[in-house]
Design a protein around this ligand. Structure first.
Ligand SMILES: *Cc1c(COP(=O)(O)O)cnc(C)c1O
Length: 445
């Protein structure tokens, strides 16, 4: 308990460092034996040898990949979940937990402008959400076209789509129809051209389109309105991957960039990214949940009890019916608790702060000799070129930053070139830290 509270009180937590294989092997050598050990001793192995080699995603200067920055309220409630072995498979077993999760999902559906009746469940993250949604898209599409279960179909994606969507298509045996982007965005016009061409290229029919609201690498939002016009005109399933960018729904100025999101047939938003929920928490919403039930409901005699075998005619809401999972923790509850404790205005302000500090960083990069802002940030990712640096210079810079404890930033690739990529999200990062990071980019090793 002491350790938990100490960790929660750290502000900021230590940034952490990379562990060496030998060092960790030594630390773990006798950790698990045949005889019991005192919990305090085992905890010491963790705190002294393991924890320091884990970089803290919730450090305000963790700007690599997409950070996570859970609120203290959400982190505390996550412990309640674990301590009570709460699970959230079905209404029968966990109605209170499911009702609270659904309250949060309804809030998201309302923010997105999806119709009454939209719903789904919380899954482990964007990857699980994309997989679960695209199975529904595939099977619904096959049914609409009168195809058999094994008949090939295609799903249209942009050349910027998240890697998890590529994985999903391989897993579910669907060929991608890759649509070229213009300026890294999928547009309605490019989609229309690709779909027209695909209708006579001899390939399998296209049943769905994936659009992205906030690419992970650069925070770019597809032309959701234009894409939705095409999917509605052609009766195609529209899946919107807003794993990272969905949090922008809280902020009116950013919300306008997501216009068209209300047309999604399925929508993924990751609260464990820019909505300050602990890992692992992804939200998956369907416009017509019954279509997901038709695909995901598991059929087993021991499950009849959760599927209305009592005959009361009441339609129960089972999270297990909306994704590929069965046993699951009600991972939406920490977010529910935190939203209730802080109120949605606090979320609006915290999300807006990330975008604001990204714009501040962009201005600073523009003004700094030797640096070049590669693109105006639409959300919170800032891409910067340091004149004259080769890829190894960016990697050496990244290592120096982590070793100095200033920040954790990993390089990325933009238009074929290695660049510095800063992904903001933690509202606690200061302009002073940003100035130090920008200054470090101007110094050679
Ligand atoms: C992060 C991300 C994903 C994957 O989400 P996980 O929670 O890491 O599984 C998918 N799509 C986009 C756009 C993302 O940013």
């Amino acid at each position: 308990m002491g350790h938990l509270l100490d960790r929660l009180r750290l502000d900021p937590p230590p940034l952490g460092r990379l562990g060496e294989h030998e060092e960790l092997a030594l630390a773990l050598k006798d950790a698990i034996g045949t005889e019991p050990r005192r919990p305090a001793d085992v905890l010491r192995t963790y705190t002294e040898s393991l924890e320091p080699t884990v970089v803290s995603c919730d450090h305000p200067a963790f700007l690599a990949f997409i950070p996570g920055a859970p609120t203290k309220a959400a982190a505390l409630f996550d412990m309640v979940l674990s301590a009570s072995s709460l699970h959230g498979v079905s209404w029968l077993e966990a109605s209170g937990a499911v009702a609270a999760e659904n309250q949060v999902l309804s809030l998201f559906a309302d923010l997105a402008g999806m119709p009454q009746g939209a719903g789904g469940c919380f899954v482990s993250g964007g990857s699980a959400g994309n997989l679960s949604a695209l199975v529904v898209a595939r099977d619904t599409g096959r049914r609409r076209l009168g195809l058999a279960a094994a008949d090939p179909v295609r799903i249209a994606v942009s050349d910027q789509v998240h890697s998890s969507v590529g994985n999903t298509l391989r897993i579910i045996g669907v060929e991608p129809l890759v649509v070229p982007t213009s300026d890294h965005r999928l547009t309605g016009a490019a989609l229309a051209a690709a779909l027209d061409a695909a209708s006579s290229d001899g390939g399998a029919p296209v049943v769905a389109v994936v659009a992205t609201a906030g690419t992970t690498n650069a925070g770019i939002i597809d032309d959701l309105g234009g894409v939705a016009e095409q999917t509605r005109a052609r009766d195609l399933w529209l899946h919107i991957d807003a794993a990272y960018g969905g949090a922008a729904l809280f902020v009116p100025e950013l919300r306008t960039r997501l216009r068209g999101i209300e047309h999604a047939d399925s929508l993924v938003v990751d609260p464990h990214k820019w909505m300050f929920a602990p890992f692992d928490c992804g939200a998956l919403l369907y416009r017509e949940p019954r279509l997901a039930r038709a695909v995901h409901t598991q059929d087993a005699s021991y499950l009849d009890a959760i599927h209305g075998a009592d005959g009361d005619g009441h339609e129960d809401w089972n999270p297990s019916d909306y994704a590929y999972h069965l046993t699951r923790r009600p991972r939406g509850l920490p977010l529910w608790f935190s939203l209730a404790v802080h109120g949605t205005d606090a979320y609006r302000d915290a999300v807006a702060r990330g975008a604001e500090i990204a714009r501040y960083t962009a201005r600073l990069a523009e003004e700094t000799e030797g640096l070049e802002l590669l693109r105006e940030p639409e959300l919170t990712v800032v891409l910067i070129r340091r004149t004259g640096w080769r890829p190894e210079d960016y990697y050496a810079w990244s290592k120096r930053l982590l070793a100095s404890g200033l920040a954790f930033i990993t390089p990325s690739v933009w238009e074929g070139e290695t660049v510095a990529r800063l992904a903001f999200l933690h509202p606690g990062i200061t302009e002073e830290t940003v100035r130090s990071i920008i200054a470090s980019l101007t110094q050679d090793a």
